[in-house]
Unconditional design. Sequence first.
Lengths: 257, 306
Amino acid sequence: MLELDDLCKHFDGIRAVDGLSLKIERGEVFGLIGPNGSGKSTTVNLICGVFPATRGTVTLAGRNLGGLPPHRRLNAGISRTFQNIRLFGELTVWQNLWIARRDAPSEETGFMKNWFGSSARIREAIDETLEFAGLAGRANDLAQNLAFGEQRRLELARAVSARPQLILLDEPAAGMNREEVEDLKQRILTLKNSGITVLLVEHVMELVMGVTDRIAVLNFGKRIALGTPGEIQGNDAVREAYLGSPDVDIAEGSRHA
Amino acid sequence: MAYYFGLLQTIGIHTLLGLSAYILLLTGQLSLAQVGFFAIGAYVSGILTVIFEYHIVPGLFAGALAGGFFAFLVGFPALRIKGLMLVVATIAFSEIVRLFFFNLNWRVMVNGVEVGPDSTQGFREIRFYAANGWDTLDVVLFIWLFVILIMAMLWWLDRVRAGATLRAVGADELAAQSSGVNIVAVKVAAMTFGGVIAGLAGGLYAHSATYVDHLTFSVLLATFAVAYPILGGLSSVFGTLIAVIFIQGVLIEGMRFLGDWRNIFFGLLIIVAMNFRPAGLLDGNVVAQILRIVGRGKGSDGERHA
């Protein structure tokens, strides 16, 4: 599905991502964790094409994405959410999804229809996505007027609206309470069941451990561990990197970190 | 009466000029190049109706296309830069255009009279309306036909995906790109459409004034072009119209009795207006209220979905 090969990003001599290689399988929920500054967000930005890689390749379903700008990577099948919420505040919830909506060429009648027309089928599809995100009642509210939790869900809904093969969630649970995290967990599993591959970057361990199939751990831009949640929790090197001591339990400790 | 007709012509033309900057402001770009496209439209349509004796409609059409064409060309390099650098670059473009027309000398004999742009003396013989027996009311109606047409187009644009996309680029470029929006294409399209509107406004201006010279197309006019939509607010296309009426009708014409003091009050009143209504005279809340009153508020389903 998604393959990173020897991916590097250097900022003025700082090696934010340093030779990262990963292979994410179709349909899995893949966790990417690591201490602050370990290169997780940079990796997400490299996959999305926000900036070019210093070295290495990003391949999606066999297609090398090198050099493609972000909007073309979305068309290739990758959508994302942002760690710090970035909605179109002065547009309605519904319009936020409408902008990101992508349909296969065969389903659309062309440029004019796409930009200046409207079709009942697309309206229904957007309403369905709103339903999935629990925002059906807020379709006509301005995005900036939503509560924090709703804005987080709108970020997710907007990314889903693009009908991606792969969705990148950059700390979607940041600032959420326990019920909201549980709620998000269910939504991620719903995405998985509908066949979407998920790359989850997250600090909230109860979410990562509860929802992922496999996890990679980054430190100083390098991968220091790869395995199932159970294997990662038992990994001494990970505990050391994450909490400075191999004696602390990851799932408990980092929620308060 | 002639005075009010004259004022109505000015308001119509300046509304178009303001709307040409409005569409670009929706994408978050502040351009002072609109006056350059305005000048191109004025000269191109004037040359066509005077030297080539075209009817005014194809003349205006060609002026608008010329404005759009140059906006398209300027769009690619200009929109790779942002903020203050874009302001400086677009001023430079407008000055290049102004100096080109300052030096343009193209005098030809038409029906026994020498006509055409005469460099520093300006371009004096743009008399299509008088020569074809249009009276002032005809001209007012002609201009406002275009104002209504362009405003209707922009109003409709806000209700389709293309318009929402313009605003998305203005709100957050990275989020727009990550939502699949090609921001360079969107900005160049907005620039081109803005150039078309400015070119059209320039053609209408040249034929109303019957005389244009380089001094008309100063940085001051470029500032007015962006001041109208900013003062009026970007929530609705009507904000620009209201700002033009406020500035041209109330501040400039309404305070003539103040004599030289007018210029001082002019600046002062704009500062006061921006302080009381920082999001524009017609901000989002006012627009929402008006929509509710006419029964098509944001709560109603068809409005935003259509």
